[in-house]
Ligand binder design. Structure first.
Ligand SMILES: C[S@@+](CC[C@H](N)C(=O)[O-])C[C@H]1O[C@@H](n2cnc3c(N)ncnc32)[C@H](O)[C@@H]1O
Length: 208
């Protein structure tokens, strides 16, 4: 049986995201360039479920785009949780904020404009949950910069960790950065991980 038939079956038998997120997807596709940057239902519902388990009070997202994954994470966070989101595209921030303003979870989200590495350098530790989903050529840098900020028992979730299969035959800088990050995680004694082949790869990393 073809893998994408099974993938579709799993997507169909995963409970739907809230209507506001469906509207956000539709508007991202009609109003924004490169709408396929959206992580989508499988990753979004996984983030919501993981956040519900971890109950993060302090969370960080690297690469917010139009706010789909941020709202998914926030949905699983306690009411007094804070999710700091790094984003370099002001139009995406404006778009996302218009949806945060309409969500019962939007007050938990703090978008920060600017390159993520600059923002992260100003943060102080004890993060419970981190989602990495921005420019791939910085993946190793993002991983190295967030591990010291995460508390023991905290979770780092990394999207696009198989990078459309390019990890098997890396050519460009971004391909090499994703491979280097996955290898670093494998050898990193500060963490334990499981690397899942769902959608475009999801590397789940638990800080010891
Ligand atoms: C794949 S999209 C994020 C998708 C989002 N997490 C979601 O699931 O809907 C990556 C985002 O990272 C942003 N980005 C790229 N380079 C960045 C950087 N150096 N710092 C912060 N954000 C960056 C892009 O503008 C883009 O909106």
């Amino acid at each position: 049986m073809e893998l994408n038939l099974l993938e579709n079956y799993c997507i169909e038998t995963t409970q739907a995201e809230p209507d506001l997120l469906l509207e956000l997807i539709e508007k991202t596709y009609s109003d924004m360039g490169f709408p396929n940057k959206l992580s989508g239902k499988t990753i979004g519902r996984t983030l919501k479920l993981l956040a519900s388990l971890v109950q993060p009070k302090k969370a960080l997202e690297i690469g917010m785009f139009t706010g789909y994954s941020a709202l998914s994470i926030a949905e699983g966070m306690p009411d007094n949780g804070q999710l700091t989101c790094c984003e370099t595209n002001p139009r995406a921030i404006e778009f996302a904020q218009s949806f945060f303003d309409r969500s019962p979870h939007g007050h938990k989200i703090i978008p920060i404009f600017g390159p993520a590495l600059d923002t992260i350098a100003k943060l102080e530790g004890n993060y419970d949950f981190v989602f990495i989903d921005a420019d791939k050529r910085n993946y190793l840098n993002y991983y190295e910069s967030v591990v010291p900020l995460v508390r023991p028992g905290g979770l780092i979730v990394i999207d696009n960790s198989v990078w459309q299969g390019r990890v098997l035959q890396p050519e460009e800088n971004s391909d090499h950065a994703v491979v280097a990050m996955n290898q670093r995680i494998l050898e990193d004694e500060r963490v334990e991980n499981v690397h899942l082949n769902i959608r475009d790869g999801l590397n789940l990393v638990l800080k010891k």
